[in-house]
Ligand binder design. Structure first.
Ligand code: FPP
Length: 243
């Protein structure tokens, strides 16, 4: 039973939710559909997650849309994912802008085609002034590469005499990551029953609450988001201290 004081002061919602969207392929396979159909339905679930986050007053949503390991997939599946990304940006940009969503893309964007990179920079520029929800889409992202890149950049700064090794604090290091400017995630959700971080936000999730759901990503909806937030609110976060 909740005490009256707890009822009147509900636990805060997470400020930042990160999601590993997994299970599109299995969703399609269960229905004897091509994998592309699962990815398309996955893009619908992205729309629902963004809408739901706005409704719940979540400030930051970070989605793992394409990992640096996903290039190992067959060319036709990569083409489908790129097509879907183009479509998503073209179709959603207007709504995202109107809904006060600031879109940013994190990861090494250099291998993407020129047209995708220009869609990305236009989407970022057109939504830069928004502040209701910051939607970060991770593309060609991998934490090990991100951390190695940060270390390389700091080593270069030290070699150039811009900073001393003793100046490298956790904050200075974090400022070199793709996620610079984002608070660490409070809640990280992975769908589809897999219980791994798969090279996603390893530095940033040191104290993140992890939630592994059996739901396949295309089935993720407002109800699933509400129940994930509810589960987060029931957890006690101690950050290494005692309760
Ligand atoms: C994992 O499912 C999902 C992906 C590799 C891609 C995620 C992409 C989308 C949700 C659609 C487009 C995204 C945006 C932002 C528009 P999987 O294929 O690994 O599924 P499986 O493990 O069941 O095979």
């Amino acid at each position: 039973m909740l005490s009256a004081s707890l009822k009147s002061h509900p636990a805060p919602v997470p400020t930042h939710i990160a999601i590993i969207m997994d299970g599109n392929g299995r969703w399609a396979k269960k229905r004897l559909l091509p994998r592309a159909a699962g990815h398309r339905k996955g893009a619908d679930a992205v729309r629902k997650a963004v809408k739901g986050c706005i409704e719940h007053g979540i400030s930051y949503l970070t989605l793992f849309a394409f990992s640096s390991e996903n290039w190992k997939r067959p060319a036709d599946e990569i083409d489908d994912l790129m097509g879907l990304l183009r479509l998503y940006i073209r179709q959603e940009l207007d709504q995202l802008r109107k809904n006060g969503v600031k879109v940013r893309f994190i990861g090494d964007l250099s291998p993407f085609s020129d047209d995708i990179r220009s869609l990305i920079s236009d989407a970022e520029a057109e939504t830069a002034a928004n502040n209701r929800l910051v939607l970060s889409i991770a593309l060609n992202y991998g934490s090990h590469a991100e951390i190695a890149r940060a270390a390389r950049s700091l080593a270069q700064d030290a070699a150039d005499g811009i900073l001393r090794p003793s100046d490298i604090t956790e904050e200075v290091f974090a400022a070199k990551l793709h996620t610079y400017g984002l608070p660490d995630p409070d809640l990280l959700i992975r769908t589809s029953g897999e219980k791994r971080l798969s090279n996603f936000l390893l530095w940033q999730s040191a104290y993140t609450e992890l939630l592994f759901l059996d739901t396949l990503w295309p089935d993720f909806n407002r109800k699933a988001l509400a129940s994930a937030i509810h589960e987060f609110q029931s957890r006690e976060r101690r950050f290494g201290a005692r309760s």
